[in-house]
Ligand binder design. Sequence first.
Ligand SMILES: *[C@@H]1O[C@H](CO)[C@@H](O)[C@H](O)[C@H]1NC(C)=O
Length: 495
Amino acid sequence: MNGLSSRKLHFILVPLIAQGHMIPMVDLARLLAERGTRVSLITTPVNAARIKTIVNRVEESGLPIDFVELQFPCTEAGLPEGCENMDLLPSEDYLRTFFEAMHLLREPLARYLHAQRPRPTCMITDMCNPWTADLARELRMPRLIFHGPSCFSLTCFALMQQHGIYDRITDDFEPILVPEMPQPFEVTKAIAPGFFNVPGWEKIRSGIQEAESTADGVVMNTFDDLEHSYIELYKKVTGKKVWTIGPLSLYNKDLDDKAARGNNSAIDRHRVMDWLESRKPKSVLYVSFGSIAQTRPCQLIEIGCGLEASNQPFIWVIKDVERTPEVDKWLSEGFEERVSTRGLVITGWAPQVVILSHPAIGGFMTHCGWNSILEAMSAGMPMITWPFFGDQFLNEKLLVDVLGIGVAVGVKVPFHYVPKDSPPAAKRDDIQKAVSRLMDEGEEGEERRKRAKELAGKAVRAMEEGGSSFENIALMIQYALEHGNDDPEEEEHNV
Ligand SMILES: *[C@@H]1O[C@H](CO)[C@@H](O)[C@H](O)[C@H]1NC(C)=O
């Protein structure tokens, strides 16, 4: 007999503290709470401050979510003070230190978990947090891995791993046909690198693999109608239970929720809306490259020139850290004035889902991070693909070759293979051409828009009552009910 009701279920969500990983988990926390379970979302002070608006809204609405702020031991770990998110690292050299520092959250999290009565029922933890595995075991909670990337890329990585391709390969640019994929396609290790498959990361990598192989299942931010054959293949290859529960961004229905996502916005959403109101439907290109990848000054200037040459209205997001004196000078000495009637430059965090869901937006130039793709897809947006690293090149293949809703800008090599002083990866002509192709009102453009719109319909249906993701969330909750620790006597003994 199982005495638990979903009212007493308590999920522990442990995201990696990086924008792309936190955002869907914060959506998931609210979604689970709305479906009747209690949720604790583990975070840190700096990251909690970024979602303050959401935290306040959750409090007002009475959703049963605890945002648990654990102290992140920056200085102890060798990171600068306050460096609690991947986008705050002074340079890539700190990345491994950051990952190691995450492990120091183990003790404070253990104290929090052990103090909970009744015992928490189920843990959903980011792939990058293998240090949570023995905690879940200690508390006899089922542990599910949260995977942020597309199932297409995860499956591809898993197949390459299983077929020993990563062990055998000596040249990162050797063409490889990925075995077992439903349709044959070619990659290189450079564009399909797997996770942390680089010298110096062996320990972290094997920890992650171990934690994944012992997990009770996998939760993915995708949906059945989008990646059905890859989801089936992933299950077969890994032998894991999989719940696909996305696109999680669709949890956010009203504009205030959409605007509060991720980080404190650098621009008032009403200002963006007013700007968009005056534009023709589907006429504006939105350009943004996520939270981590930094674009060099010469490349930013090239993007600006390409946008200018395209004659298309645009919203262009530039990160704080990218606003070097060189970029500032270039923007202010003519560019901003020349495009003032049709361009809006946002420096810092932009309310992306608000922008993408406005009818005036007609296309999205993206770094192909999976959250960005899902957000745009849910809004029926065709995309210009400009991958930087990780799974992003595979996501580009999915958009361009499989789904037919993307136009590649033509970047072939991950940015870390390119010397810092080399010319820009995409020239203004490439950019201008991609923009004209995407925004084109002829047949090719129309077809692409039609496919994008169909996908948006499927995405929305997946999250609605009766849809596949909606049902999968119920099944996941059911799994936690059946497998979660619920023996009150057992608990007494252990107190
Ligand atoms: C998020 O906001 C913080 C504080 O304003 C800022 O330092 C950080 O760069 C922002 N992150 C991104 C990716 O914009």
